[in-house]
Design a protein around this ligand. Structure first.
Ligand SMILES: *Cc1c(COP(=O)(O)O)cnc(C)c1O
Length: 462
């Protein structure tokens, strides 16, 4: 009997089929805006796919191509402006295929050297963008959540190692109301308490408000406080906290300073807004998601540390069968030592290839395009009497209201546009002076989105 690892005529045909699909998909910039179906409905259409004898490659792939993939929403669609969309470059997507085909174990230098070398080249550029001092470096992770978790663990361990009594305390961290849900969620994972500080009149966390929050802590809570998490571009509105003044407070109070720039990090490469991130160079750790605004396919995050040693103390895994990887013959950078995962795909390889092919200037250009689209959209909104800005755009996020609409109107409009294949734009909530309002939101990542796309979407609100 043929084994499933052997090459025969069926495998060759399947390979050609799959390559053809991949080529078509990445060259098709006007892919349909797919939409989900109920599970029962999908089951009715494709039936049972896992059988004792197998369906055969042709049949299984046909079900995927003709039915299942159409029940997904392509994040790179130019009129997908909800959540934080994505727009991986063709180079990055193709290199994701190469990453799979190359079967590289990315935990240790011993097995992954050449691939980790590539990742580290891309990482060097990310670190340069932050302006962190000599010695700072990082690793690619599965996304912002695991990057944030890895940083928070490093911070907590460093704090515990400072003082014997800290080992017995439940850790406490401070962040802002605008922080991403993963911060709250990962605080639960590390069993830390969390305090959410209000933003100032400009909706930012500042050193002033942080200092006030620290002054209000009980003596016991002050002992438990180990870190501050600021945001470099909130997911909801693109707001960048006042990193400079927050850094000063963290330094004075001897607290770990983490900057979550999962979404906004791409804008570090954009000269027009780079100054808004001043202070990020003083961070102890930074999160950036290449799969958001650095045009990498899912999934790819990155965590950068000022002091790698502290990260290694927290994350390096010990095991009898792992010692060989740290042996002399394998001297080199071991990504497993700096984040939560052991076995690891080379999550930074697609970014590396795309950067190596295109150069960093093209990244700057593509990111500036999203920023400009947000500004142009703001001007377009000002021309239409039935809509108005909720606040000036920050980074590539535009919050606006359709005058007179209720939350139900926004919901119905979202579904209608999605069903008709016009666009995926979802509402969000915005809170100001304790008043919460449902509003509409655009997030621009894709440089192929045109102002005419935006205009057409705004016209559907008339
Ligand atoms: C998206 C995002 C995250 C979570 O990142 P994932 O890659 O989805 O895990 C964390 N923080 C911010 C600010 C984000 O925008």
């Amino acid at each position: 009997m043929k084994s499933m690892h052997s090459i025969d005529i069926d495998t060759v045909e399947m390979t050609l089929d799959i390559m053809k699909y991949a080529i078509n998909r990445i060259s098709n910039t006007s892919a349909e805006l797919g939409k989900p179906k109920k599970e029962e409905e999908l089951y009715k259409l494709v039936g049972e796919t896992i059988t004792k004898d197998g369906l055969g490659g042709e049949k299984a792939f046909q079900l995927f191509k003709d039915v299942l993939v159409k029940a997904t929403v392509p994040v790179d669609h130019p009129r997908h402006l909800a959540f934080v969309p994505a727009a991986p470059t063709k180079a990055a997507v193709l290199f994701d295929l190469v990453t799979s085909a190359s079967s590289i174990h990315g935990a240790y230098w011993m097995t992954g050297a050449g691939g980790i070398f590539c990742e580290n080249q891309a990482m060097k550029w990310l670190v340069e963008l932050t302006g962190l001092p000599e010695g700072a470096f990082g690793v690619f992770t599965s996304g912002g959540t695991s990057a944030n978790l890895s940083a928070m663990i490093a911070a907590r361990e460093a704090w515990r190692d400072k003082k014997e009594e800290n080992k017995k305390l439940k850790a406490l961290l401070i962040t802002s109301n605008g922080a991403h849900s993963s911060i709250k969620s990962m605080a639960r994972v590390i069993d830390a308490d969390i305090i959410l500080v209000d933003d100032d009149a400009e909706d930012k966390l500042t050193g002033f408000w942080l200092e006030k929050a620290i002054a209000n802590l009980s003596e016991f809570d002050r002992k438990r406080l180990f870190a501050v998490v600021a945001t470099g571009g909130t997911t909801n509105a693109g707001i960048i906290d006042d990193l400079e003044s927050i850094a000063a407070v963290c330094e004075k109070e001897d607290l770990w300073f983490h900057v979550d720039a999962a979404y906004g990090g791409g804008a570090l490469a954009a000269p027009s807004v780079r100054h808004l991130f001043n202070g990020i160079e003083k961070a102890d750790s930074v999160t950036i998601d290449p799969h958001k605004w650095m045009f990498s396919p899912y999934d790819s995050g990155a965590v950068i540390y000022k002091n790698l040693e502290l990260a290694r103390n927290a994350h390096s895994q010990k095991g009898a069968y792992l010692d060989i990887f740290k042996d002399e013959g394998a001297q080199g950078f071991n990504p497993a030592d700096y984040q939560i995962q052991l076995t690891r795909r080379l999550k930074g390889l697609p970014l590396w290839f795309s950067l190596a092919m295109h150069g960093t200037d093209k990244y700057t250009e593509a990111i500036e395009t999203g920023l400009k689209l947000a500004q142009d959209t703001s001007a377009l909104i000002a021309e239409k009497e039935y809509v108005e800005l909720v606040r000036e755009p920050s980074l590539s996020c535009v919050l606006f209201r359709r005058k007179g609409w209720t939350p139900e109107d926004y919901r119905d409009w979202t579904y209608k546009n999605h069903t008709e294949g016009i666009a995926l734009v979802t509402p969000t909530k915005w809170t100001k002076d304790d008043k919460q309002e449902t509003v509409a939101r655009f997030c621009f990542i894709n440089p192929d989105t045109k102002l005419t796309d935006v205009d057409n979407i705004l016209e559907t609100m008339r």
